[in-house]
Design a protein around this ligand. Structure first.
Ligand code: XMP
Length: 515
């Protein structure tokens, strides 16, 4: 993308993505790169300022990450945060030392000079600290502009106004005026004007697709936000070239396939719908192990998609591309994953993860965007709210919400119970207040009494969580009257269920899905 970029260099802090989010929220385009990204790829982005993230290292560690030379050579404004500040000071000739006054959590900041990043800010406010080393001696030409009880150099700058450094984390919400500090750095110190809005972006992406795409494009459309936004972009750019494929696995929510087809018809997009449910049920026959289920669903999906894509290629001849709804966090994560092997909790299967063997060029128009930006973009492009704010749904679908073996009968029961839960959440205006809500079918039967009869039937567990990003989650404190009402409806209306329970575990230690 050809636009001026604020380059955030990642030194490994858990907050690095937040820096990027804040900068973009302020209306400036930013990209995140590893601290040792080579000069050429940084240059390609037309950098206009650097922000150096925090990180777990100490500048005196043997392999401590260093700020690349091109940052100093560039003459661009630089803001170092936490480790970023320490590395800046260390490499410019100052001194950083292990401190006996470690600071973790809130600290009172006292601004001693209201310049640059602190213009128009109060004298004192609370900031979020997380460090053990601290700056002890400033490089030549630097001055202190704020201090805290345990950090005499809590914020510094060079007198030529080019380098700024803060020991605290302006990117976290617990830092008061954090956003103003970043804004001041960008607008006052770096003298930049905002260049990042969804209206511009929608326009640019459509233009870019129009310019670059010369053959037909297939897209695995799941009805989720990401693939839907990709579909809209391609439709706006080159309506006659888009071939969206919807694979009905038979493991979707009640009526989902039909609804997706219908919703897209209304915005003028015809979906190529494939009912592959038989193949999925066959693949899942007698399989209980969650990882095995995921694997089989993943493979079946790839097979079905591949066969269909090849058929379409024969019919249409000129299919050149496969579009995918890959997002920026996936890109960042895969970059990070190349460095560290993270502990694997579950094999996530996405429509996005497919196509190594497909003979198409991949296009990923959302690869620089975060989820909320994708939603904003979708809104700009005219996608209905029912798609934009739909709860996340796992690739393996209801198969991971049926504990034990997956049968059509089990899917039917679960779909009915789930549909009641979701319908009531919407009626009670709770749907948009939770991150995700769904029903789970348990592999146990329990005794009940209905009328004068003993019953021995299935248990449905309801799960609803609040979350920012799905990484951590809390169980949703839904009103008792609501849960009561939903449980009654499920037991009364869904044949084969005589008991409903509510999951009150957070993540961690549980995960959001049950498998
Ligand atoms: P867990 O269960 O890991 O889920 O706490 C976190 C979020 O990820 C979704 N999820 C998946 N999404 N493919 C997906 O595309 C998957 O295999 C998958 N497994 C879980 C889950 O619904 C929640 O939003």
């Amino acid at each position: 993308m050809e636009r001026k970029t604020v380059v955030v260099l990642d030194f490994g802090s858990q907050y690095t993505q937040l820096i990027l989010r804040r900068v973009r929220e302020l209306g400036y385009y930013a990209e995140l790169l590893p601290y040792d990204e080579p000069l050429e790829s940084v240059q390609r982005l037309s950098p206009v300022a650097f922000i150096l993230s925090g990180g777990p290292s100490s500048v005196y560690d043997e392999n401590a990450p260093k700020i690349p030379k091109y940052v100093f050579d560039s003459n661009l404004p630089v803001l170092g945060i936490c480790y970023g500040l320490q590395a800046l000071v260390h490499q410019l000739g100052g001194k950083v030392e292990k401190s006996s006054h470690r600071e973790f959590g809130p600290a009172q900041l006292e601004v001693v000079k209201h310049v640059g990043i602190f213009e128009r800010l109060p004298n004192k406010f609370t900031v979020w600290m997380s460090h053990s080393d601290r700056v002890e001696v400033l490089p030549n030409g630097f001055e202190v502009i704020a201090k805290s009880e345990n950090s005499p150099y809590a914020a510094v700058r060079s007198s030529n106004n080019r380098y700024y450094g803060v020991q605290f984390h302006p990117e976290v919400v617990h830092t008061q005026y954090g956003k103003e500090i970043l804004k001041n750095f960008l607008s006052i110190v770096a003298n930049l004007s905002p260049n990042w809005s969804m209206t511009n972006l929608a326009h640019e992406l459509v233009e870019e697709i129009r310019r670059k795409i010369d053959g037909k494009v297939i897209l695995g459309l799941s009805g989720g936000v990401d693939s839907s936004v990709v579909a809209m972009l391609l439709h706006k750019a080159t309506p006659d070239k888009l071939i969206p494929i919807f694979v009905d696995t038979g493991l979707l929510r009640k009526n989902e396939g039909k609804e997706v087809v219908e919703q897209f018809k209304q915005v003028g997009i015809d979906i190529h719908y494939i009912d592959a449910s038989n193949r999925f049920f066959e693949a899942l026959e007698k399989i209980e192990d969650p990882e095995e289920k995921r694997k089989r669903i993943g493979h079946t999906f790839i097979d079905v998609f591949y066969e269909e894509a090849m058929k379409l290629k024969e019919q249409h001849g000129d299919i050149e591309y496969l579009a995918q709804g890959t997002l920026y966090p996936d890109i960042i994560e895969s970059k990070v994953a190349e460095r560290k092997a993270g502990a694997k909790i579950k094999t996530h299967h996405n429509v996005g993860g497919l196509p190594e063997k497909l003979p198409f060029k991949i296009i990923e128009p959302l690869r620089y965007l975060f989820k909320d930006e994708v939603r904003a973009l979708g809104k700009e492009l005219g996608l209905p709210e029912s798609i934009l704010y739909r709860h996340p749904f796992p690739g393996p679908g209801l198969a991971v919400r049926i504990i034990g073996t997956v049968t059509r009968e089990a899917v039917n029961i679960l779909q009915e119970a789930d549909a009641i839960f979701i319908e009531e959440l919407k009626k009670w205006d709770l749907y948009n207040k939770v991150w995700q809500a769904f029903a789970v079918l348990l592999p146990v039967k329990t005794v009940g009494v209905m009328g004068d009869y003993r019953t021995y039937e299935n248990v449905i567990a309801l799960r609803a969580v609040t979350s920012e990003d799905g990484m951590t989650a809390d169980w949703a404190k839904l009103p008792h009257e609501f849960l009561n009402h939903v449980a009654k409806r499920i037991v009364n209306e869904v044949r084969g269920v005589n008991r409903v329970v509510y999951d009150i575990t957070s993540k961690p230690p549980a995960t959001i899905e049950w498998e």
